[in-house]
Ligand binder design. Structure first.
Ligand code: FAD
Length: 338
């Protein structure tokens, strides 16, 4: 495309709530796109607790965060809903029936209505402040999530961070990588006791080399191909490690950020909505899930699901003004290819 997308509804946020809202829109023959700042769908469930069981999803006595997202993705698969991932929506202009959204990657989305399912805001990895970082990110030399373990086969890795993610990945990739350096600015790691025990074992066996207390200082290489990571201590002692990749796990930054600038009423970092429709103070803009508030609101996934259904029904007359919407059950309508 030329970076311009035209649709009925722009859904901002592909967490559990945004994903289910996409299903509800699709069932009402309303086109939509899902936009998320993260590289993957799933919001908090996928980014913060993929392996934690959730016990209060109706009809699932227990389901892990990642499994819930996988099921939601399967539920919308028949509709081929476009996803724009790794993109933060920065601007929202226009009015009911004709909105224009702009992303940080320069795309422009034209939509008749907007559903904000932004949770606690746009997450993004905390990136280390290193010169020339972007060139190394573009080639995959520097990464913040592990998407394909196979990328690291036979490679020398510098893994930076002192928490569970850094440790878990160091332990998991040691079977694959040629060499792993684990860099942290303190001597002590803060992680699950079992991981700490496994780390000690791996260090003893020479499978992981602990490099502490060091911080990242600079990246060395050419045209985005990493050769060495330079480290420094607080006292100024420096050290260079040979490396094919730097995996940095410094946590996720959250930021309601741009959403706060779009002129809707707000209560702290939430958006008040009319409970029966989830419409915000801006006509044609709806908010659902953690970001939406009204008296009696529960910040639970199940409530976000029902808000997605209400918003989709409230949007129907905006998209299909000439068609009366008769309430139907999903059974009478069916889902394509299912
Ligand atoms: P989120 O999951 O927060 O997703 C919002 C998405 O919007 C994010 O991916 C973000 O990147 C994106 N976004 C935001 N702004 C922008 C922008 N400007 N441009 C592009 N993208 C943007 N709930 C339960 O019901 N049961 C539980 O057992 C449970 N356990 C939990 C355990 C933990 C540790 C945590 C942290 C939460 C738990 N929750 C639980 C809460 C639940 O995860 C949230 O209620 C749910 O994730 C909200 O979904 P959401 O889709 O509204 O928002």
């Amino acid at each position: 495309t030329d970076g311009t997308i035209t649709t009925d509804v722009a859904i901002i946020g592909a967490g559990p709530t945004g994903l289910f809202a996409a299903f509800e829109c699709a069932m009402l023959k309303i086109d939509c796109v899902l936009v998320d700042a993260l590289a993957d769908i799933g919001g908090q469930c996928a980014a913060l607790y993929p392996e934690k069981p959730i016990y209060d999803i109706p009809a699932h006595p227990a389901i892990e965060g990642a499994a819930l997202i996988e099921s939601l993705a399967r539920q919308i698969e028949p509709f081929n809903i476009p996803r724009m991932l790794g993109r933060r929506v920065e601007t929202l202009k226009g009015h009911r029936g004709a909105f224009i959204l702009g992303t940080d990657k320069g795309e422009v989305i034209h939509a008749k209505a907007v559903i904000i399912a932004a949770g606690a805001g746009a997450f993004g990895p905390n990136r280390p402040p290193l010169d020339g970082l972007e060139a190394y990110e573009d080639t995959g030399s520097v990464q913040y999530y592990v998407r394909r373990r196979a990328d690291f086969e036979g490679k020398t890795l510098v893994i930076a961070g002192g928490g569970d993610s850094a440790l878990d990945w160091a332990l998991s990739l040691k079977e694959l990588a040629r060499k792993i350096y684990l860099v942290h600015r303190r001597d002590k790691f803060r992680a699950a006791p079992e991981s700490l025990r496994q780390l000690d074992e791996a260090v003893e066996r020479g499978e992981i080399e602990k490099v502490t207390p060091f911080q990242l200082k600079a990246l060395h290489g050419e045209s985005g191909a990493l050769r060495e990571v330079e480290l420094v201590t607080l006292d100024g002692e420096s050290r260079r490690l040979e490396a094919d990749h730097l995996l940095a796990f410094f946590g996720l930054a959250t930021d309601l950020g741009p959403v706060a600038q779009w002129g809707m009423d707000q209560i702290r970092s939430t958006i008040p909505v009319t409970p029966s429709t989830c419409e915000t103070s801006l006509a044609g803009v709806f908010a659902i899930g953690d970001v939406a508030t009204y008296p009696g609101k529960l910040k639970l996934i199940l409530q976000g699901f029902s808000e997605g259904a209400m918003a989709a029904h409230a949007i129907h007359p905006i998209v299909h003004p000439d068609q009366a919407l008769h309430f139907e059950y999903s059974t009478s309508k069916g889902v394509p290819n299912s």
